[in-house]
Design a protein around this ligand. Structure first.
Ligand code: 1BN
Ligand code: ZN
Length: 353
């Protein structure tokens, strides 16, 4: 017993497993040397440290600004955004394996070349949490009276792409350690191409990249040699239509309600710790107990293959959806920063960073 007491204080406490330590204490408090308040204090310290790494300026100027351009599939803008994503991921120390999944598909505008961008932290980990958004912009003709004004799809979905880059930048040292620990679950980023319809949204004119990727991932046995499981094995978190002030996010799926509840709890906790800015109420973004059916988006091909989905999309949709007014000046940078912090807590909990 004496030996145990001497060894236990060396356990590194500030990790999310403290939630489990806390539960363990409650059940076994005769034997466990840490008080619940010690666990809570170190958990709070850990959360503060994690979210303090989210940088609003970096998100805006370094990650978002280069994406605010026309980026239709197969265009030069699309290629430039892919280069931007590669260079940001390449600058990180965690060591991302980045791949481009390119293919040609028939569209109402003829055959078009599409390229999904995939980045995985540990390609050999048996389970993958997919964090995704689409990076293409919709084909919307300019107004002849203002031909300089082009559709940049700030909320749809330049901001979600920038948030993903900021998330992995803020968490870089933790993701590096996580990878070195050879954990069972790893993180995969997916930047879908061709989320948008060229003409009228339909089953064949929309979701080009996600249909292609879900099909190929569902055919790859994973871990290699496995007969039952594929690369589609954990949870898909899809971000879309994010950036406008006062957004509302509701849960779309019963089977992932417990993960949605983690978002609700994270928002509440960050608010109570005073870590959110321009966030007057205890909980405002993630709304429990409001039922809404699924919204068509890049998760559909995954959902059809049985993948659990968390669809983080602002509803009602922004009033400027698919108009030339979906621009940076409509984006509320504090809201984007706050949502990125909520997702930092979510990822840290899910991956046990
Ligand atoms: C997908 C791409 N979405 C917007 N751009 C989501 C969506 C689909 C929103 C259908 C409204 C209707
Ligand atoms: Zn769109």
């Amino acid at each position: 017993m004496v030996t145990i007491i001497q060894i236990l204080p060396r356990i590194k406490l500030p990790r999310f497993s403290n939630v489990i330590l806390l539960q363990f204490y409650i059940l076994n408090n005769d034997y466990f040397p840490y008080s619940p308040s010690t666990c809570l204090q170190s958990l709070t310290f850990h959360i503060k440290r994690l979210v303090s790494q989210v940088n609003r300026e970096r998100l805006w100027y370094s990650h978002l600004r280069p994406i605010l351009t026309e980026r239709q599939p197969g265009s030069r803008g699309s290629q430039a955004v892919r280069k931007h994503i590669f260079s940001k991921l390449d600058s990180l120390s965690a060591g991302w394996s980045v791949e481009v999944d390119s293919f040609i598909s028939e569209t109402p505008h003829g055959p078009v070349s599409f390229s999904n961008v995939l980045a995985v932290l540990d390609p050999m980990a048996p389970r993958r949490l997919l964090l995704a958004c689409h990076y293409d912009s919709k084909f919307i003709p300019s107004d002849p009276s203002d031909p300089q004004k082009v559709f940049v799809g700030a909320s749809d979905s330049a901001v979600p792409c920038a948030m993903m880059l900021e998330l992995v930048t803020a968490l870089d040292p933790h993701l590096k350690k996580h990878k070195q620990l050879v954990s069972r679950v790893t993180l995969q980023l997916v930047f879908f191409d061709g989320g948008e319809a060229f003409e009228q949204w339909s089953q064949t004119d929309s979701l080009y990249g996600s249909r292609h990727l879900a099909d190929s991932m569902s055919r790859i046995p994973h871990p290699p040699g496995s007969e039952q499981s594929t690369l589609l094995n954990d949870l898909l978190v899809l971000l879309d239509l994010i950036g406008a002030p006062d957004p509302m996010f509701v849960n779309h799926f019963e089977n992932t309600a417990r993960w949605f509840d983690r978002l609700v709890a994270a928002e509440k906790r960050l608010h109570n710790l005073g870590l959110l800015s321009s966030h007057p109420k205890e909980q405002t973004y993630f709304m429990k107990d409001i039922n809404m059916g699924p919204v068509e988006d890049d998760h559909i091909p995954f959902l059809q293959r049985g993948v659990p989905v968390l669809h983080i999309i602002a509803t009602p949709f922004p009033s400027f959806l698919h108009t030339l007014d979906d621009t940076a000046d409509k984006v509320h940078s504090h809201t984007v920063e706050n949502l990125t912090k909520v997702l930092v807590v979510f990822l840290a909990e899910y991956l046990r960073l």
